[in-house]
Design a protein around this ligand. Structure first.
Ligand code: FES
Ligand code: FES
Length: 158
């Protein structure tokens, strides 16, 4: 293993100086070094979407992103979505209201993708939501409720 290097990451509005292997993924840096375990590791090879976070407002797969690539950029994880007073983001609330999860393992990635999907303007219909959320797999098959939650949040945020 290469010796750790010091990286400055901006996560959820806070500056974190982390000692990580230069080849560490953003996913491992978040979970294992920064202690932010809300972002989930599913496949660890870009196939499931469980690790979705935002970098400069765009959704990225943290398992395919090197931590060093995002130094100095604005990273938002599921822990950073709620307001400072604890008010849930409209997408988080909609997932609760629509019962859009079973085991919950895919949920942080689904929520981060949904926030971006709505912001991108890709939540105009159920078909569009399904297409633009298709990178996020749910082994529990909660898809109908997930689509309903994204539609509800898109309406709330319109
Ligand atoms: S853990 Fe990153 S896509 Fe599955
Ligand atoms: S709620 Fe279990 S994997 Fe999606």
């Amino acid at each position: 293993m290469a010796s750790p290097s010091s990286l400055e990451l901006h996560i959820n509005g806070s500056r974190h100086v982390l000692d990580v292997d230069p080849r560490a993924t953003l996913l491992d840096a978040l979970r294992e070094t920064a202690g932010l375990t809300g972002t989930k590791k599913g496949c660890d090879q870009g196939q499931c979407g469980a690790c979705t976070v935002h970098v400069d407002g765009e959704r990225v797969l943290a398992c395919l992103t090197l931590a060093a690539q995002v130094e100095g950029r604005e990273i938002i994880t599921v822990e950073g979505l709620a307001g400072a007073d604890g008010t849930l983001h409209a997408v988080q609330q909609a997932f609760i209201d629509e019962d859009a999860f079973q085991c919950g393992y895919c949920t942080p990635g689904q929520i981060m993708s949904a926030v971006a999907c709505i912001k991108e303007g890709h939540a105009g219909s159920d078909d569009e939501i399904r297409e633009f959320m298709s990178g996020n797999l749910c082994r529990c098959g909660a898809y109908p409720h997930i689509v309903a939650a994204v539609r509800k949040a898109a309406e709330a945020l319109a």
